[in-house]
Design a protein around this ligand. Sequence first.
Ligand SMILES: C[S@@+](CC[C@H](N)C(=O)[O-])C[C@H]1O[C@@H](n2cnc3c(N)ncnc32)[C@H](O)[C@@H]1O
Length: 247
Amino acid sequence: MPPEIKQPPVEKTNLHPRNLHRQGYDLDLLMKITPELTKFVKPNKYDTKSINFSDPEAVKTLNRALLKQYYRIKHWDIPEGYLCPPIPGRADYIHYMADLLAETNGGTIPKGEQVKVLDVGTGANCVYPIIGNSVYGWEFVGTDIDPVAITSANEIITKNNKIKDSIICRLQTNAADVFKRVIKQDEVFDLTICNPPFHASWQEAQAGTNRKWDNLNNAKSQAPVLNFGGKNNELWCKGARRLLSGA
Ligand SMILES: C[S@@+](CC[C@H](N)C(=O)[O-])C[C@H]1O[C@@H](n2cnc3c(N)ncnc32)[C@H](O)[C@@H]1O
């Protein structure tokens, strides 16, 4: 019998030091708390347990398990085809935002509901408010131009007692606006965050999907059917460059 080739767990040192996902995914633990994950877990070419990251259902189920285990979110779902966010990366962003707030708070990260955060483009997944509230106790207003995303985010919020008084979502009715209409008079925020649509056109978004697909060693021709999810408005918008640069 050939010797077993096992990969040692590698610490993800590129993630923020406080990121709970630096040690990778503990799939045995995650399968225990979310048994429906089990059917997606298979050995990869290194004989290490993994999931097929090009299968949206597998990624969604992994996210559900991660949000339950690390952020105490019991009910999480997104409509079909909507962006399924990589949790470690989104958590990283929140930790860096916490560091930023600490810079103007004598080096201490401000915690609790007195910290108000506006998440522009919260998406159907509501991921930043979930992580920010769970880790730092911040209160969030999430906005989006997509009514389906707002309905989905609201469903996540109402189904989870833990966040239902700390996160609210508002529909932005003009895609060209960012702050207008969604901020009430006298409302003040300590921080505004945003993960804007990355691409400036549909063609550019498609090329991005193809690149991701290639990285997973799959055929390009399959990419439009099986991508990582993301509706048009999640992936591209006019002026994406301007939004990304903050100009
Ligand atoms: C890349 S997705 C980010 C979703 C989620 N925050 C995440 O990180 O996974 C961008 C989101 O911004 C929303 N969006 C685009 N323009 C917007 C605007 N002017 N105001 C609010 N949301 C907007 C889109 O509908 C989409 O849900």
